[in-house]
Ligand binder design. Structure first.
Ligand code: AHR
Length: 506
């Protein structure tokens, strides 16, 4: 039969929330400072201190939400240090990331201003590790309360009359590690307590996300979900004091001590990275199975609020700043993750790639000296996938896919997913083969296809990347390799490429 993708266009599944395409900005290295925030006096064009080119680039990919202020930083962060006149804000040490002094120039008002400029929903990560219930409760009141309560009055005194919307609220971060080194049972009790005091103020509603597991720590998920068994039994009542639990999983090719280089890798580094990215699908399946046992009505979402590649830092850069190059391989890693997120759309309500600018698998890299901005290959996958936002997932049945053995497991060499919204469908196709091009038949059933447009992202080298001098070495172009076929369409997939096909339907 040959490589075929069977898609029933008339059988829409769960909605792929646009929040699956979320982002993460931590006070880490040059993500906030230099990345988003340059200050009002900078020669880099800005709006109230926020870089205009970064905002424009992220608006172009319809950034749906932004997680802040961490990460590990969140559990050291005391929000009152970041409000009021900037020159009077206290300093602190960013002990996780470079042990540098943080001047709190970028605080609550600056973050909310950034979200408004981006048109993105804020996802505030609250401090459980070194904070208090009262501190977190007051922050919620400060941000979201409309009347003349003490915190609303303080917000007004600092220049903001109207309350903001904060649809997502994190209860801690990596509580098993940098967020307090807690045991699962300890944190589960704390999460219930903190969630209680992250109150919905007036008509404002927030989704509380309890800090979840890393990788395959199913015990952590089990413990969190079990902690509200007493509340979940009745389908008519809210399931839990928190509405979501998180999961963190990073892709690297070696151990934490030597995670692999972002560039200069061979085919082995290519396949190992993609096999590890593919592992996300198994993690989602197994964490969801645990959740289904305690939450059969699926009232609690899974939020993958940190994912992406984590390589050794670029030579000569601060090891605590996590600055890495971003290549075609990173783009394919992202594409493989999105296929998994789409397949698990029923449970996965949000994800946040780590991190948006200048840190880990970034969308944007900026030059520390010239300020020049570069869009990474990963950015282009986000751009090519905007059609999946809030669309209904479609099952893609792949036949005759070759596999390659990687570290004892089988890596399918083609990855795919699809979605439909009104009269348009979007099909994502990744050819993970480092060397060999393929042709796939799209067996399109259930609706008439009256037009198509395809885009392709590839480059000659596996580690091709963009720089200020060569900003479009890896950038999507129109793809001519699509032909009619008795069963639908035939699509050429160049070696190591990502292809999207948009279908016009009747
Ligand atoms: O994204 C970098 C760090 O990775 C985050 O601060 C932490 O949550 C995780 O370990």
């Amino acid at each position: 039969m040959g490589l075929t993708a069977v898609i029933d266009l008339d059988l829409p599944g769960a909605t792929i929330s646009r929040h699956v395409y979320g982002h993460f900005a931590e006070h880490l290295g040059r993500c906030i400072y230099g990345g988003f925030w340059v200050g009002e006096d900078s020669s880099v064009p800005n709006v109230r201190g926020i870089r205009s080119d970064v905002v424009e680039a992220l608006r172009a990919i319809a950034i749906p939400n932004l997680r802040w202020p961490g990460g590990c930083f969140a559990d050291d962060y005391h929000w009152r240090d970041g409000i009021g006149p900037r020159d009077q804000r206290p300093r602190m040490v960013n002990s996780h990331w470079g042990d540098v002094v943080e001047d709190n120039a970028f605080g609550t008002h600056e973050f909310m201003d950034l979200c408004e400029l981006l048109g993105a929903d804020p996802y505030v990560s609250g401090n459980v590790g070194s904070g208090t219930v009262a501190e977190m409760s007051a922050w919620v009141e400060y941000l979201t309360r409309a009347d003349d309560s003490p915190m609303a009055a303080l917000r007004r005194a600092n220049g903001r009359d109207e309350p903001w919307r904060v649809p997502f609220w994190g209860l801690g971060n990596e509580a098993w590690g940098c967020g307090g080194n807690l045991r699962a049972e300890q944190f589960a009790s704390l999460a219930r307590q903190y969630a209680t005091y992250v109150r919905d103020q007036g008509g404002h509603r927030t989704c509380r996300v309890a800090a979840g597991a890393s990788d395959a720590d199913y015990h952590w998920t089990e413990t969190l979900l079990r902690s509200f068994d007493d509340l979940a039994a009745d389908p008519a009542t809210p399931a839990a004091p928190f509405q979501a639990v998180s999961l963190h999983y990073y892709t690297m090719t070696g151990p934490w001590s030597d995670k692999g280089s972002a560039t200069g890798f061979g085919t082995d580094g290519w396949y190992v990275a993609l096999a590890r990215a593919r592992h996300m699908d198994e993690l989602l399946t197994r964490h969801s199975t645990v959740m289904d046992r305690h939450d059969p009505y699926r009232k609690v979402g899974l939020v993958v609020d940190e994912w992406g590649t984590w390589w050794n830092v670029e030579p000569g850069t601060n090891p605590g700043f996590l600055y890495q190059q971003n290549t075609l391989r990173d783009a394919l890693v992202a594409a493989v993750h999105f296929d998994a997120f789409h397949r698990h759309a029923e449970r996965v309500v949000m994800t946040n790639i780590a991190q948006t600018v200048n840190v880990l698998q970034a969308m944007i890299l900026t030059d520390p000296d010239t300020g020049a901005l570069v869009l990474t290959p990963t950015y282009h996958v986000f751009a090519m996938n905007t059609g999946h936002h809030d669309a209904a997932a479609l099952a893609v049945h792949l036949r005759d896919v070759e596999t390659r053995t990687v570290h004892g497991g089988e890596l399918p060499l083609v990855s795919a997913s699809a979605s439909v919204k009104d009269d348009a469908a979007l099909v994502s196709l990744s050819n993970l083969d480092a060397d060999t091009a393929r042709t796939v038949v799209l067996d399109l059933r259930g609706r008439d296809v009256v037009g198509h447009r395809a885009r392709v992202l590839t480059a000659p080298a596996l580690d091709a990347h963009n720089t200020p001098d060569r900003p479009r070495d890896v950038a999507p172009v129109d793809h001519a390799g699509v032909r009619s076929h008795p069963r639908g369409l035939e699509v050429d997939l160049p070696a190591h490429s990502y292809v999207t096909v948009t279908l016009a339907l009747r």
